[in-house]
Ligand binder design. Sequence first.
Ligand code: NAD
Ligand code: MG
Length: 401
Amino acid sequence: MSAVQHLCILGSTGSIGVSTLDVVARHPERLKVHALTAHSRIETLAAQAVRHAARVVVVPDDAARQRFLAAWPAGRPVPEIRVGAQALADTAADPDVTAVMAAIVGAAGLPGALAAARAGKRVLLANKEALVAAGGLFMQAVRNHGAELLPIDSEHNAIFQCLPQSAERAHAPTQPAPGVRRLLLTASGGPFRRTALDQLEHVTPDQACAHPNWRMGRKISVDSATMLNKGLEVIEAHWLFAMPMERIQVVIHPQSVVHSMVEYTDGSILAQLGQPDMRTPIAYGLAYPDRIDSGVGLLELTRLGHLDFETPDLQRFPCLGLSLDALKQGQEACIALNAANEIAVAGFLQGKIRYTQIPEIIAHCLNESARLDSSIPSSLDEVLYLDARTRRTAAGYCQFA
Ligand code: NAD
Ligand code: MG
């Protein structure tokens, strides 16, 4: 693969999208923007397209297209504006694109990420929900179409960096890397690691989004508070590294400096450390196998003093236990877990349900999914059907919760 990458950034206006463009701007010779997409914040999209000379943008509907044109500076050549979800997936597969940053939030990001894998692109995967909802399908697409898969989620990027160098590593392995005993996934424990349990039902969306170490989009911030995020990440690690769940351990590490670790059979543990700043894993994925400046400052180990590690408390974090149950149950349960959580978190952020009702809704939807007894989905349409079915169940439950 040539060192120059022509990028399509799916979800360029989000937290990961903005960090990606920050790294891109530092390397104009090797990183070129071909396409940008956004669902909202269309004026920001226009400003990004000007700044990075994007040739294509994708917006959700005609009203967004009009807003984009209204925000576009007079006298500059207008990029090609494509509209709708199909155009977004087609753009991820565009022959002019060499690498796709999949940074849409939620299962809504699955069709674009899958299209990129099926077109054999370098896929930088931030959108963990795509793997949770369709891990088997997605990894098969990477293998069948010779795509290159680089995890951007900081934990998985850390594990990727600590795994043995092998040709298979970025091409969807089918078994655990040789010599590896376990993957150790670190988790900060979020803002409520020490909150009294009886206070949790009163916490507000702003408190839940005030992550101690990372600044992220609101959905993943709530997921970090409930630790559902770590559950999604266990499922993500299971698929990315072909690792049975019994060999993935979650470790609470409040400083978020050790981003994750790989434990080997000889007793070695390899870790990747760094500041909690997503530009490090993003730069790693953009330049792989080279290393480039990401704009992230150095980590001063002597200032840290100490690093702490604890076992997660499943009573405090029931969403973590529910995620492990879903992974044990299978693909349909993982789709239900993710879809139920997306509806529950949106309800919480809109003030419709309490924080402590998030696990209630997920548990209800997992029971429903088990009761309806569907077969393992083998196509994108089947995944989207099960996803939509759970969203209806969860929305119904939210109304009466
Ligand atoms: P965000 O909410 O800040 O941004 C989401 C982006 O997706 C925006 O550009 C938005 O316009 C677009 N989008 C939203 N709904 C869409 C839809 N239905 N169709 C098309 N586009 C849509 O989210 P984020 O924090 O940047 O997270 C993005 C993904 O990366 C998530 O899957 C998250 O779990 C993962 N991730 C994020 C971080 C982080 O630090 N933010 C870290 C690890 C993994
Ligand atoms: Mg993560």
